[in-house]
Design a protein. Structure first.
Length: 201
């Protein structure tokens, strides 16, 4: 098993440069054919860690749920936000991701000195920020944000499964799986499908 990297290295470097309050920002749900895109912003207490903390894609669903509870209970500040399907279709997924991240940062009860944004883009982010490519595997703050965004979005898609049970949203969370395409062909799109993603159907 590959040892997990030191997730506090980046934050320690930034603390030494005089930044006191750092928030990690990440999004979940850029690729699905249906549902909102979610984002989270998290300000952790310095040094806060957990053996399971990592990029949400490398954490099991059960462990993500545990981390979600710990992070929301123990973070100095946290916020979850989203962009709606209509916004995704209107402004495109990249702009919608940025909008969701901006909303998450603005929702924090403590303004950050610096926002660490997962990825290589920060257009539309008004807070002082630094992009970190692969940040959810390099920064504790971004990893924590990736957990909150992923769990929040998955829970929303399970909720939507109750509203539109014919699509199997609880199973595939709206991602372009074989089952999802099969159900789309059978039933056509529903109100939470991203029309701009369905042009090939």
């Amino acid at each position: 098993m590959t040892p997990r990297p030191d997730l506090w290295q980046l934050e320690r470097e930034l603390f030494s440069q005089g930044y006191a309050t750092l928030c990690g920002v990440d999004e979940a749900g850029a690729g699905p054919l249906a549902g909102r895109v979610y984002a989270a912003a998290v300000i952790l207490p310095p040094g806060w860690d957990h053996p399971y903390l990592n990029d949400s894609k490398h954490v099991t669903e059960k462990r993500r749920a545990l981390l979600y509870d710990l992070i929301t209970q123990q973070a100095r500040a946290w916020s979850v936000a989203w962009a709606e399907v209509e916004e995704i279709d209107q402004i495109n997924i990249l702009a919608a991701r940025m909008l969701a991240m901006e909303r998450a940062i603005q929702g924090l009860s403590i303004p950050p000195d610096l926002a660490l944004i997962d990825g290589n883009r920060s257009a539309g982010i008004t807070a002082p920020n630094q992009t970190v490519v692969g940040g959810d595997g390099k920064s504790a703050s971004i990893a924590a944000a990736s957990i909150l965004a992923k769990v929040s979005r998955d829970r929303y898609m399970v909720e939507m499964d109750g509203v539109y049970p014919q699509y199997g949203f609880a199973q595939h969370k709206g991602y372009p799986t074989k089952l999802h395409y099969q159900r789309l062909r059978q039933y056509g799109p529903c109100p939470i499908h991203r029309r701009s993603f369905l042009k090939k159907l």
